[in-house]
Write a protein that binds this ligand. Structure first.
Ligand SMILES: [Zn+2]
Ligand SMILES: [Zn+2]
Length: 534
Protein backbone atom coordinates (compact mmCIF):
# COMPACT_ATOMS: atom_id res chain seq x y z
CA UNK A 1 0.00 0.00 0.00
CA UNK A 2 1.41 3.35 -0.92
CA UNK A 3 0.57 6.90 -1.87
CA UNK A 4 2.43 9.19 -4.25
CA UNK A 5 2.10 12.97 -4.21
CA UNK A 6 1.53 14.12 -7.78
CA UNK A 7 0.63 17.69 -6.88
CA UNK A 8 0.02 20.22 -4.12
CA UNK A 9 3.23 19.08 -2.44
CA UNK A 10 4.94 22.20 -0.99
CA UNK A 11 2.67 24.23 -3.22
CA UNK A 12 -1.07 24.90 -3.33
CA UNK A 13 -2.31 23.77 -6.73
CA UNK A 14 -2.47 20.47 -8.64
CA UNK A 15 -3.90 18.37 -5.81
CA UNK A 16 -3.54 14.67 -6.57
CA UNK A 17 -2.71 11.71 -4.35
CA UNK A 18 -2.15 8.50 -6.30
CA UNK A 19 -2.81 5.46 -4.14
CA UNK A 20 -2.06 1.79 -4.69
CA UNK A 21 -3.85 -0.77 -2.57
CA UNK A 22 -5.88 -4.01 -2.92
CA UNK A 23 -4.48 -4.45 -6.43
CA UNK A 24 -6.02 -1.14 -7.49
CA UNK A 25 -4.53 2.19 -8.47
CA UNK A 26 -6.73 5.19 -7.73
CA UNK A 27 -6.42 8.85 -6.97
CA UNK A 28 -7.91 11.36 -4.59
CA UNK A 29 -8.36 14.55 -6.65
CA UNK A 30 -6.83 15.31 -10.02
CA UNK A 31 -6.23 19.03 -9.99
CA UNK A 32 -4.74 21.45 -12.43
CA UNK A 33 -1.31 22.91 -11.69
CA UNK A 34 -1.56 26.71 -11.72
CA UNK A 35 1.18 29.31 -11.50
CA UNK A 36 4.22 30.15 -13.61
CA UNK A 37 5.23 28.33 -16.80
CA UNK A 38 7.41 25.76 -15.01
CA UNK A 39 4.52 24.82 -12.71
CA UNK A 40 1.93 24.70 -15.52
CA UNK A 41 4.21 22.45 -17.57
CA UNK A 42 3.29 19.72 -15.10
CA UNK A 43 -0.20 19.64 -16.64
CA UNK A 44 1.27 18.08 -19.76
CA UNK A 45 3.67 15.71 -18.01
CA UNK A 46 1.00 13.08 -17.55
CA UNK A 47 3.14 9.93 -17.95
CA UNK A 48 3.53 9.75 -14.18
CA UNK A 49 -0.31 9.69 -13.79
CA UNK A 50 -0.64 6.74 -16.24
CA UNK A 51 -4.23 7.70 -17.11
CA UNK A 52 -5.24 4.34 -18.59
CA UNK A 53 -3.95 2.61 -15.49
CA UNK A 54 -6.22 4.37 -12.95
CA UNK A 55 -9.15 2.32 -11.63
CA UNK A 56 -11.20 5.15 -10.17
CA UNK A 57 -11.01 8.75 -8.98
CA UNK A 58 -12.38 10.21 -5.74
CA UNK A 59 -12.94 13.96 -5.81
CA UNK A 60 -13.02 16.08 -2.66
CA UNK A 61 -14.60 19.12 -4.34
CA UNK A 62 -15.18 21.01 -7.56
CA UNK A 63 -12.36 23.58 -7.49
CA UNK A 64 -10.15 23.38 -10.57
CA UNK A 65 -6.98 22.87 -8.52
CA UNK A 66 -8.61 19.59 -7.39
CA UNK A 67 -10.47 18.53 -10.52
CA UNK A 68 -9.15 20.48 -13.52
CA UNK A 69 -6.80 17.84 -14.90
CA UNK A 70 -9.51 15.17 -15.19
CA UNK A 71 -10.46 16.04 -18.80
CA UNK A 72 -6.78 15.67 -19.73
CA UNK A 73 -6.83 12.17 -18.21
CA UNK A 74 -9.98 11.41 -20.22
CA UNK A 75 -8.30 12.78 -23.36
CA UNK A 76 -5.51 10.30 -22.73
CA UNK A 77 -7.81 7.33 -22.26
CA UNK A 78 -9.18 7.38 -18.72
CA UNK A 79 -12.77 6.09 -18.72
CA UNK A 80 -13.50 4.73 -15.23
CA UNK A 81 -15.77 6.15 -12.50
CA UNK A 82 -15.23 9.53 -10.84
CA UNK A 83 -16.88 9.65 -7.41
CA UNK A 84 -18.09 12.92 -5.90
CA UNK A 85 -21.14 14.49 -4.22
CA UNK A 86 -24.11 15.56 -6.34
CA UNK A 87 -23.47 19.29 -5.82
CA UNK A 88 -19.83 18.77 -6.86
CA UNK A 89 -20.90 16.96 -10.03
CA UNK A 90 -23.33 19.76 -10.95
CA UNK A 91 -20.72 22.43 -10.34
CA UNK A 92 -18.17 20.43 -12.32
CA UNK A 93 -20.50 20.06 -15.30
CA UNK A 94 -20.17 23.81 -15.80
CA UNK A 95 -16.67 24.36 -14.39
CA UNK A 96 -14.90 21.81 -16.58
CA UNK A 97 -16.70 23.19 -19.64
CA UNK A 98 -15.47 26.64 -18.72
CA UNK A 99 -11.94 25.40 -18.05
CA UNK A 100 -11.90 23.59 -21.41
CA UNK A 101 -13.10 26.74 -23.13
CA UNK A 102 -10.21 28.68 -21.57
CA UNK A 103 -7.77 25.96 -22.71
CA UNK A 104 -9.10 26.17 -26.28
CA UNK A 105 -8.87 29.97 -26.31
CA UNK A 106 -5.33 29.89 -24.98
CA UNK A 107 -4.31 27.34 -27.59
CA UNK A 108 -5.74 29.55 -30.35
CA UNK A 109 -3.92 32.57 -28.95
CA UNK A 110 -0.68 30.59 -28.76
CA UNK A 111 -1.16 29.33 -32.35
CA UNK A 112 -1.49 32.91 -33.60
CA UNK A 113 1.66 33.86 -31.70
CA UNK A 114 3.52 30.96 -33.35
CA UNK A 115 2.22 32.02 -36.76
CA UNK A 116 3.32 35.62 -36.29
CA UNK A 117 6.81 34.42 -35.40
CA UNK A 118 6.93 32.03 -38.34
CA UNK A 119 7.06 28.98 -36.05
CA UNK A 120 5.29 25.71 -36.71
CA UNK A 121 3.65 23.07 -34.48
CA UNK A 122 2.04 25.16 -31.74
CA UNK A 123 0.95 23.13 -28.71
CA UNK A 124 -2.65 21.89 -28.89
CA UNK A 125 -5.19 22.66 -26.16
CA UNK A 126 -4.60 20.85 -22.87
CA UNK A 127 -8.12 19.53 -23.42
CA UNK A 128 -11.25 20.48 -25.30
CA UNK A 129 -14.92 21.00 -24.45
CA UNK A 130 -15.54 17.52 -25.87
CA UNK A 131 -13.10 16.01 -23.35
CA UNK A 132 -14.88 17.93 -20.59
CA UNK A 133 -18.27 16.60 -21.73
CA UNK A 134 -16.93 13.03 -21.72
CA UNK A 135 -15.61 13.58 -18.19
CA UNK A 136 -19.09 14.55 -16.98
CA UNK A 137 -20.46 11.17 -18.10
CA UNK A 138 -18.10 9.41 -15.67
CA UNK A 139 -19.49 11.02 -12.49
CA UNK A 140 -20.94 8.68 -9.86
CA UNK A 141 -22.58 10.73 -7.15
CA UNK A 142 -22.36 9.77 -3.50
CA UNK A 143 -24.04 11.06 -0.32
CA UNK A 144 -22.37 12.39 2.78
CA UNK A 145 -22.02 9.86 5.64
CA UNK A 146 -22.94 6.91 3.40
CA UNK A 147 -20.12 4.37 3.05
CA UNK A 148 -19.43 2.84 -0.35
CA UNK A 149 -16.84 0.45 -1.80
CA UNK A 150 -15.38 1.55 -5.13
CA UNK A 151 -13.35 -1.70 -5.03
CA UNK A 152 -13.30 -4.70 -2.68
CA UNK A 153 -11.33 -3.84 0.46
CA UNK A 154 -11.60 -0.08 -0.03
CA UNK A 155 -14.35 1.68 1.94
CA UNK A 156 -14.95 5.40 1.54
CA UNK A 157 -17.12 7.88 3.49
CA UNK A 158 -17.60 11.57 2.64
CA UNK A 159 -18.00 14.20 5.39
CA UNK A 160 -18.87 17.86 4.82
CA UNK A 161 -15.62 19.85 4.56
CA UNK A 162 -17.52 23.15 4.85
CA UNK A 163 -15.32 24.66 2.14
CA UNK A 164 -17.60 25.13 -0.88
CA UNK A 165 -20.94 23.69 -1.87
CA UNK A 166 -20.62 19.89 -2.04
CA UNK A 167 -17.07 19.77 -0.67
CA UNK A 168 -15.92 16.67 1.16
CA UNK A 169 -13.39 15.36 3.62
CA UNK A 170 -12.77 11.69 2.83
CA UNK A 171 -12.19 8.86 5.26
CA UNK A 172 -10.90 5.76 3.54
CA UNK A 173 -10.43 2.38 5.17
CA UNK A 174 -8.26 -0.08 3.30
CA UNK A 175 -8.10 -3.80 4.05
CA UNK A 176 -5.23 -5.25 2.10
CA UNK A 177 -3.66 -8.67 2.78
CA UNK A 178 -4.89 -8.79 6.36
CA UNK A 179 -3.59 -5.30 7.13
CA UNK A 180 -5.97 -2.41 7.81
CA UNK A 181 -5.02 1.21 7.33
CA UNK A 182 -7.36 4.18 7.73
CA UNK A 183 -6.73 7.50 6.01
CA UNK A 184 -8.32 10.93 6.19
CA UNK A 185 -7.96 13.30 3.25
CA UNK A 186 -9.04 16.69 4.50
CA UNK A 187 -9.68 18.17 1.05
CA UNK A 188 -9.77 21.93 1.50
CA UNK A 189 -10.95 22.66 5.02
CA UNK A 190 -13.62 25.33 5.29
CA UNK A 191 -13.77 28.15 7.75
CA UNK A 192 -16.27 27.81 10.55
CA UNK A 193 -18.85 30.62 10.29
CA UNK A 194 -18.40 31.01 6.57
CA UNK A 195 -21.24 32.85 4.91
CA UNK A 196 -23.12 30.16 3.01
CA UNK A 197 -22.02 26.58 3.60
CA UNK A 198 -22.10 24.61 6.85
CA UNK A 199 -19.17 24.30 9.26
CA UNK A 200 -16.57 21.60 8.55
CA UNK A 201 -17.24 18.19 10.11
CA UNK A 202 -14.78 15.87 11.75
CA UNK A 203 -14.66 12.25 10.64
CA UNK A 204 -13.72 9.54 13.18
CA UNK A 205 -9.99 9.22 13.95
CA UNK A 206 -7.65 7.48 11.49
CA UNK A 207 -4.05 6.28 11.20
CA UNK A 208 -3.14 8.99 8.71
CA UNK A 209 -4.38 12.55 8.31
CA UNK A 210 -3.46 14.24 5.04
CA UNK A 211 -4.36 17.85 5.63
CA UNK A 212 -4.24 21.11 3.73
CA UNK A 213 -2.15 23.96 5.09
CA UNK A 214 -2.92 26.91 2.80
CA UNK A 215 -3.19 29.40 5.66
CA UNK A 216 -0.84 27.63 8.07
CA UNK A 217 0.95 30.92 8.66
CA UNK A 218 -1.92 33.24 9.54
CA UNK A 219 -5.38 33.71 10.90
CA UNK A 220 -8.12 35.46 9.00
CA UNK A 221 -9.77 38.61 10.15
CA UNK A 222 -13.37 38.22 11.26
CA UNK A 223 -16.28 38.24 8.84
CA UNK A 224 -17.51 41.59 10.23
CA UNK A 225 -14.16 43.31 9.60
CA UNK A 226 -14.17 41.97 6.03
CA UNK A 227 -17.68 43.24 5.33
CA UNK A 228 -16.59 46.66 6.65
CA UNK A 229 -13.47 46.63 4.46
CA UNK A 230 -15.60 45.87 1.42
CA UNK A 231 -18.02 48.68 2.33
CA UNK A 232 -15.08 51.09 2.66
CA UNK A 233 -13.61 50.14 -0.71
CA UNK A 234 -17.01 50.66 -2.33
CA UNK A 235 -17.48 54.05 -0.62
CA UNK A 236 -13.98 55.16 -1.72
CA UNK A 237 -14.42 54.44 -5.44
CA UNK A 238 -18.03 55.61 -5.39
CA UNK A 239 -16.79 58.95 -4.06
CA UNK A 240 -14.27 59.15 -6.91
CA UNK A 241 -16.80 58.13 -9.54
CA UNK A 242 -14.75 55.04 -10.43
CA UNK A 243 -15.22 51.28 -10.46
CA UNK A 244 -14.57 48.55 -7.93
CA UNK A 245 -13.18 45.41 -9.55
CA UNK A 246 -13.52 42.23 -7.54
CA UNK A 247 -11.61 39.31 -9.08
CA UNK A 248 -13.45 36.35 -7.60
CA UNK A 249 -13.47 32.62 -8.05
CA UNK A 250 -16.71 31.96 -9.87
CA UNK A 251 -17.80 29.29 -7.46
CA UNK A 252 -18.53 30.08 -3.82
CA UNK A 253 -16.55 33.33 -3.65
CA UNK A 254 -18.68 35.16 -6.21
CA UNK A 255 -21.80 33.98 -4.36
CA UNK A 256 -20.32 35.03 -1.01
CA UNK A 257 -19.57 38.50 -2.35
CA UNK A 258 -23.17 38.73 -3.61
CA UNK A 259 -24.44 37.52 -0.25
CA UNK A 260 -22.33 40.16 1.44
CA UNK A 261 -23.53 42.93 -0.91
CA UNK A 262 -27.09 41.77 -0.20
CA UNK A 263 -26.39 42.36 3.51
CA UNK A 264 -24.77 45.78 2.85
CA UNK A 265 -27.76 46.76 0.76
CA UNK A 266 -30.12 45.87 3.60
CA UNK A 267 -28.07 48.10 5.92
CA UNK A 268 -28.24 50.92 3.40
CA UNK A 269 -24.47 50.80 2.79
CA UNK A 270 -24.65 50.11 -0.93
CA UNK A 271 -25.20 53.28 -3.02
CA UNK A 272 -28.46 52.92 -4.93
CA UNK A 273 -27.04 54.26 -8.18
CA UNK A 274 -24.03 51.93 -8.19
CA UNK A 275 -24.84 48.92 -10.36
CA UNK A 276 -23.32 45.53 -9.57
CA UNK A 277 -22.21 43.50 -12.58
CA UNK A 278 -21.55 39.79 -12.31
CA UNK A 279 -19.40 39.41 -15.39
CA UNK A 280 -18.63 35.73 -15.45
CA UNK A 281 -20.87 33.23 -17.22
CA UNK A 282 -19.49 30.56 -14.92
CA UNK A 283 -20.40 32.54 -11.78
CA UNK A 284 -23.89 33.12 -13.16
CA UNK A 285 -24.40 29.40 -13.81
CA UNK A 286 -22.82 28.43 -10.49
CA UNK A 287 -25.19 30.77 -8.64
CA UNK A 288 -28.09 28.77 -10.16
CA UNK A 289 -26.57 25.52 -8.81
CA UNK A 290 -26.30 27.15 -5.38
CA UNK A 291 -29.95 28.16 -5.48
CA UNK A 292 -30.88 24.53 -6.12
CA UNK A 293 -28.88 23.16 -3.20
CA UNK A 294 -30.04 25.36 -0.34
CA UNK A 295 -30.41 22.23 1.81
CA UNK A 296 -26.59 22.36 2.11
CA UNK A 297 -26.57 25.96 3.42
CA UNK A 298 -25.87 26.91 7.03
CA UNK A 299 -28.69 28.10 9.30
CA UNK A 300 -28.29 31.86 8.64
CA UNK A 301 -28.53 31.46 4.89
CA UNK A 302 -31.48 29.07 5.28
CA UNK A 303 -33.24 31.63 7.52
CA UNK A 304 -33.00 34.26 4.80
CA UNK A 305 -34.53 31.84 2.31
CA UNK A 306 -37.33 30.97 4.75
CA UNK A 307 -38.12 34.69 4.95
CA UNK A 308 -38.58 34.65 1.20
CA UNK A 309 -35.30 36.48 0.48
CA UNK A 310 -32.87 35.30 -2.14
CA UNK A 311 -29.45 35.91 -0.53
CA UNK A 312 -27.88 36.34 -3.98
CA UNK A 313 -30.22 39.05 -5.21
CA UNK A 314 -29.77 42.85 -5.36
CA UNK A 315 -31.96 45.61 -6.80
CA UNK A 316 -29.25 46.88 -9.15
CA UNK A 317 -27.72 43.53 -10.11
CA UNK A 318 -26.87 42.80 -13.75
CA UNK A 319 -25.67 39.50 -15.10
CA UNK A 320 -23.59 39.74 -18.26
CA UNK A 321 -23.44 36.48 -20.17
CA UNK A 322 -22.37 37.52 -23.66
CA UNK A 323 -19.04 39.03 -24.69
CA UNK A 324 -20.85 42.11 -26.06
CA UNK A 325 -22.57 42.75 -22.72
CA UNK A 326 -19.24 42.29 -21.00
CA UNK A 327 -17.55 44.84 -23.30
CA UNK A 328 -20.40 47.29 -22.77
CA UNK A 329 -19.46 47.48 -19.06
CA UNK A 330 -16.35 49.41 -20.10
CA UNK A 331 -18.56 52.07 -21.67
CA UNK A 332 -20.59 52.39 -18.50
CA UNK A 333 -19.94 55.88 -17.14
CA UNK A 334 -19.63 56.40 -13.41
CA UNK A 335 -19.13 54.09 -10.46
CA UNK A 336 -19.97 50.40 -10.55
CA UNK A 337 -18.99 47.14 -8.90
CA UNK A 338 -17.71 44.41 -11.20
CA UNK A 339 -17.41 40.85 -9.92
CA UNK A 340 -15.47 38.87 -12.48
CA UNK A 341 -13.27 35.77 -12.83
CA UNK A 342 -10.67 34.39 -12.72
CA UNK A 343 -9.99 34.96 -9.07
CA UNK A 344 -6.21 35.07 -9.56
CA UNK A 345 -6.37 37.28 -12.71
CA UNK A 346 -4.49 34.68 -14.77
CA UNK A 347 -7.36 34.19 -17.23
CA UNK A 348 -10.87 35.27 -18.08
CA UNK A 349 -12.75 38.53 -18.38
CA UNK A 350 -11.34 40.12 -15.24
CA UNK A 351 -8.14 40.89 -17.13
CA UNK A 352 -10.07 43.22 -19.47
CA UNK A 353 -11.55 45.05 -16.51
CA UNK A 354 -8.10 45.40 -14.98
CA UNK A 355 -6.77 46.83 -18.22
CA UNK A 356 -9.53 49.44 -18.24
CA UNK A 357 -9.29 50.37 -14.56
CA UNK A 358 -6.06 49.41 -12.80
CA UNK A 359 -4.27 52.59 -13.94
CA UNK A 360 -6.99 54.88 -12.56
CA UNK A 361 -6.21 56.35 -9.12
CA UNK A 362 -9.85 56.37 -7.99
CA UNK A 363 -10.58 52.75 -8.89
CA UNK A 364 -10.30 49.88 -6.41
CA UNK A 365 -9.18 46.32 -7.03
CA UNK A 366 -10.50 44.20 -4.19
CA UNK A 367 -8.96 40.75 -3.72
CA UNK A 368 -11.14 38.36 -1.79
CA UNK A 369 -9.33 35.08 -2.40
CA UNK A 370 -6.03 33.24 -2.34
CA UNK A 371 -3.44 34.37 -4.93
CA UNK A 372 -1.08 31.55 -5.92
CA UNK A 373 2.59 32.24 -6.50
CA UNK A 374 3.40 33.17 -10.09
CA UNK A 375 -0.07 34.56 -10.89
CA UNK A 376 -0.72 38.23 -11.81
CA UNK A 377 -3.00 38.50 -8.77
CA UNK A 378 -0.11 37.58 -6.49
CA UNK A 379 2.12 40.28 -8.08
CA UNK A 380 -0.57 42.95 -7.63
CA UNK A 381 -1.17 41.97 -4.01
CA UNK A 382 2.61 42.04 -3.48
CA UNK A 383 2.59 45.72 -4.46
CA UNK A 384 3.96 45.44 -8.00
CA UNK A 385 4.17 48.88 -9.65
CA UNK A 386 3.28 47.55 -13.09
CA UNK A 387 1.49 44.55 -14.45
CA UNK A 388 1.65 42.96 -17.89
CA UNK A 389 -1.82 42.62 -19.39
CA UNK A 390 -2.25 41.37 -22.96
CA UNK A 391 1.47 41.82 -23.55
CA UNK A 392 1.44 45.45 -22.42
CA UNK A 393 2.89 46.92 -19.23
CA UNK A 394 0.22 48.81 -17.32
CA UNK A 395 0.83 51.15 -14.40
CA UNK A 396 -0.93 50.22 -11.16
CA UNK A 397 -2.53 53.34 -9.70
CA UNK A 398 -5.83 51.91 -8.40
CA UNK A 399 -6.23 51.25 -4.73
CA UNK A 400 -5.39 47.60 -3.98
CA UNK A 401 -7.43 46.10 -1.17
CA UNK A 402 -6.89 42.58 0.14
CA UNK A 403 -9.72 41.20 2.24
CA UNK A 404 -8.82 37.83 3.69
CA UNK A 405 -11.90 37.26 5.82
CA UNK A 406 -13.81 35.83 2.84
CA UNK A 407 -11.48 32.90 2.59
CA UNK A 408 -13.13 29.53 2.08
CA UNK A 409 -10.14 28.05 3.91
CA UNK A 410 -9.62 27.59 7.62
CA UNK A 411 -7.02 29.94 9.09
CA UNK A 412 -4.04 28.89 11.19
CA UNK A 413 -5.85 28.31 14.52
CA UNK A 414 -8.89 26.80 12.80
CA UNK A 415 -6.66 24.25 11.06
CA UNK A 416 -5.26 23.20 14.43
CA UNK A 417 -8.75 23.04 15.95
CA UNK A 418 -9.87 20.87 13.05
CA UNK A 419 -6.97 18.49 13.70
CA UNK A 420 -7.41 18.38 17.50
CA UNK A 421 -10.12 15.66 17.68
CA UNK A 422 -8.19 13.50 15.22
CA UNK A 423 -4.99 13.40 17.26
CA UNK A 424 -4.03 10.16 19.04
CA UNK A 425 -0.77 8.51 20.14
CA UNK A 426 0.05 7.06 16.78
CA UNK A 427 -1.47 9.48 14.30
CA UNK A 428 0.66 10.35 11.29
CA UNK A 429 -0.01 13.84 9.98
CA UNK A 430 0.98 14.76 6.44
CA UNK A 431 0.83 18.40 5.35
CA UNK A 432 -0.04 19.22 1.74
CA UNK A 433 -1.62 22.09 -0.21
CA UNK A 434 0.49 24.96 1.16
CA UNK A 435 3.54 27.05 0.37
CA UNK A 436 6.76 26.18 2.21
CA UNK A 437 6.53 29.00 4.75
CA UNK A 438 2.92 28.24 5.70
CA UNK A 439 3.68 24.52 6.03
CA UNK A 440 6.77 25.03 8.19
CA UNK A 441 4.88 27.38 10.53
CA UNK A 442 1.90 25.04 10.87
CA UNK A 443 4.17 22.01 11.37
CA UNK A 444 5.87 23.85 14.26
CA UNK A 445 2.55 24.70 15.89
CA UNK A 446 1.23 21.13 15.53
CA UNK A 447 4.44 19.81 17.09
CA UNK A 448 4.09 22.26 20.00
CA UNK A 449 0.40 21.71 20.66
CA UNK A 450 0.00 17.99 19.99
CA UNK A 451 3.53 16.58 20.17
CA UNK A 452 3.17 15.21 16.65
CA UNK A 453 5.76 15.96 13.95
CA UNK A 454 4.00 16.35 10.59
CA UNK A 455 5.56 14.95 7.46
CA UNK A 456 5.87 17.40 4.53
CA UNK A 457 6.25 15.55 1.22
CA UNK A 458 7.86 16.90 -1.95
CA UNK A 459 6.48 16.61 -5.50
CA UNK A 460 6.45 12.96 -6.70
CA UNK A 461 7.47 11.63 -3.29
CA UNK A 462 6.16 8.17 -2.32
CA UNK A 463 4.97 7.12 1.11
CA UNK A 464 4.40 3.51 2.18
CA UNK A 465 1.05 3.22 3.98
CA UNK A 466 1.93 1.22 7.04
CA UNK A 467 -0.35 0.37 9.99
CA UNK A 468 -0.44 2.74 12.95
CA UNK A 469 2.46 1.30 14.95
CA UNK A 470 5.02 1.42 12.12
CA UNK A 471 6.98 4.59 11.34
CA UNK A 472 6.54 6.67 8.18
CA UNK A 473 8.55 5.18 5.31
CA UNK A 474 9.12 7.27 2.24
CA UNK A 475 11.27 7.64 -0.84
CA UNK A 476 12.01 11.13 -2.04
CA UNK A 477 12.74 11.58 -5.71
CA UNK A 478 15.59 13.74 -6.95
CA UNK A 479 14.28 17.29 -7.15
CA UNK A 480 14.57 19.23 -10.41
CA UNK A 481 17.25 21.90 -10.40
CA UNK A 482 17.53 25.05 -12.46
CA UNK A 483 20.75 25.17 -14.50
CA UNK A 484 21.92 28.58 -13.27
CA UNK A 485 25.50 28.11 -14.51
CA UNK A 486 24.36 27.65 -18.08
CA UNK A 487 22.01 30.62 -17.97
CA UNK A 488 24.43 33.07 -16.35
CA UNK A 489 27.23 31.82 -18.65
CA UNK A 490 25.07 32.57 -21.70
CA UNK A 491 24.20 36.03 -20.39
CA UNK A 492 27.87 36.85 -19.79
CA UNK A 493 28.90 35.56 -23.21
CA UNK A 494 26.30 37.70 -24.97
CA UNK A 495 27.11 40.73 -22.83
CA UNK A 496 30.76 40.37 -23.98
CA UNK A 497 29.65 40.23 -27.64
CA UNK A 498 27.45 43.26 -27.12
CA UNK A 499 30.32 45.29 -25.68
CA UNK A 500 32.61 44.59 -28.66
CA UNK A 501 29.81 45.60 -31.05
CA UNK A 502 29.19 48.84 -29.13
CA UNK A 503 32.60 50.21 -30.24
CA UNK A 504 31.30 50.66 -33.79
CA UNK A 505 27.84 51.97 -32.82
CA UNK A 506 28.71 55.68 -33.16
CA UNK A 507 29.60 55.16 -36.80
CA UNK A 508 26.06 53.89 -37.60
CA UNK A 509 23.25 56.10 -38.96
CA UNK A 510 21.34 57.86 -36.19
CA UNK A 511 18.03 56.04 -36.83
CA UNK A 512 19.76 52.65 -36.57
CA UNK A 513 21.36 53.77 -33.32
CA UNK A 514 17.98 54.72 -31.86
CA UNK A 515 16.61 51.27 -32.79
CA UNK A 516 19.37 49.59 -30.80
CA UNK A 517 18.94 52.14 -28.03
CA UNK A 518 15.28 51.21 -27.71
CA UNK A 519 16.05 47.50 -27.64
CA UNK A 520 18.70 47.98 -24.95
CA UNK A 521 16.38 50.14 -22.86
CA UNK A 522 13.83 47.32 -22.90
CA UNK A 523 16.55 44.90 -21.83
CA UNK A 524 17.61 47.24 -19.02
CA UNK A 525 14.01 47.49 -17.86
CA UNK A 526 13.60 43.72 -17.89
CA UNK A 527 16.79 43.33 -15.86
CA UNK A 528 15.68 45.93 -13.32
CA UNK A 529 12.38 44.12 -12.89
CA UNK A 530 14.11 40.77 -12.48
CA UNK A 531 16.52 42.22 -9.92
CA UNK A 532 13.66 43.71 -7.92
CA UNK A 533 12.12 40.24 -7.62
CA UNK A 534 15.30 38.52 -6.41
ZN1 LIG B 1 -10.89 24.46 -2.85
ZN1 LIG C 1 -7.51 23.72 -3.12
Amino acid sequence: MKVQFLGAAQTVTGSCYMLEACGKRFCVDCGMHQGNKAIEKRNRETEVYRPTDIDFVLLTHAHIDHSGLLPRMVREGYSNPVYCTRATSELLDIMLQDSAHIQEMEAQWEARKYQRRGLSNPPDALYTTEDAQKTSTLFHTVDYHTPFEPAPGIRVVYYDAGHILGSGTLRIEINDNGKTVSLIFSGDIGRPQSLIVRDPENPPKADYVFMESTYGDRDHKSKEVSVDELAQAIAYSYGKGEKVIIPAFAVERAQEVLYCLHALNREGKLPEDMPVFVDSPLAIRATKVFEQHCNLFDDDAKDLLCNGENPFSLPNLRYTLSVEESRAINDHKGPAIIISASGMCNAGRVRHHLRHNIWKPGASIVFVGYQAMGTPGRSIVNKAKKITLFGEDTEIAARIVTINGFSAHAGQSQLQDWLAPLVHDKVKVVLVHGDNGAQATLAGLIQQRFGVTPFIPVHHEELQLTPADEPVRHTAPAQPRVNWDFLTGELERKWGMLKTKMDSMHARPWVEQTDVQEALEKLDYALTRTLSRM
